[in-house]
Design a protein around this ligand. Structure first.
Ligand SMILES: [Zn+2]
Length: 170
């Protein structure tokens, strides 16, 4: 009985990873089309400030490969800021293990910090999330997260900058 449960769990994990990888491949193919996601700041300046990956994700709406970013498996106490404008977006207290390979949170610091808009790319409906202050692309939000919100904010590490909590775990 226990073995069967474990097999089912492993099959589900394999399917999740396959889906995540497939989504990533699709997004890489289409990322050139989304070049105007980010418009509110000087692009030449940003190219100097950010790494090429940070620029591609935050400014062009691209998606980093799962299990590759700096924060998907990072659980120190602190805050995650927008990589472009340094606005606090998420806190370590709402971060959880989603198994997707991307940093996942069940809530933003403040609802008004994160903008949402419909994304119909890849023949499906998803909700893109952005930094409301500067417009940087963050990722997507889904309705399959844990309690208390039931939301899963799936964010690229490349869109975030971690700031360690000075009063916490040090
Ligand atoms: Zn921002």
């Amino acid at each position: 009985m226990e073995k069967r449960i474990r097999m089912t769990w492993m099959a589900m994990a394999a399917i999740t990873i396959s889906l995540a990888s497939a989504l990533w491949i699709l997004s890489v193919q289409a990322q050139e089309k989304k070049g105007d996601t980010f418009v509110k700041m000087n692009k030449e300046e940003l190219k100097k400030q950010l790494t090429p990956m940070q620029y591609k994700v935050a400014c062009e709406g691209s998606t980093e490969a799962p299990f590759t970013g700096a924060y998907w498996d990072h659980f120190e106490g602190g805050r995650y800021l927008c990589v472009v404008c340094k606005e606090p977006l998420f806190e370590s207290g709402t971060k959880f293990h989603s198994g997707t390979g991307w940093p996942s949170f069940w809530a933003p610091v403040k609802n008004e910090s994160v903008g949402e808009k419909d994304d119909y790319s890849y023949m499906m409906h998803r909700i893109e999330i952005t930094c409301k202050k500067c417009g940087a692309h963050l990722g997507h939000v889904f309705d399959d997260g844990p309690k208390p919100t039931g939301k899963r904010y799936c964010v690229n590490s490349a869109s975030l900058l971690f700031e360690k909590d000075s009063t916490g775990t040090r």
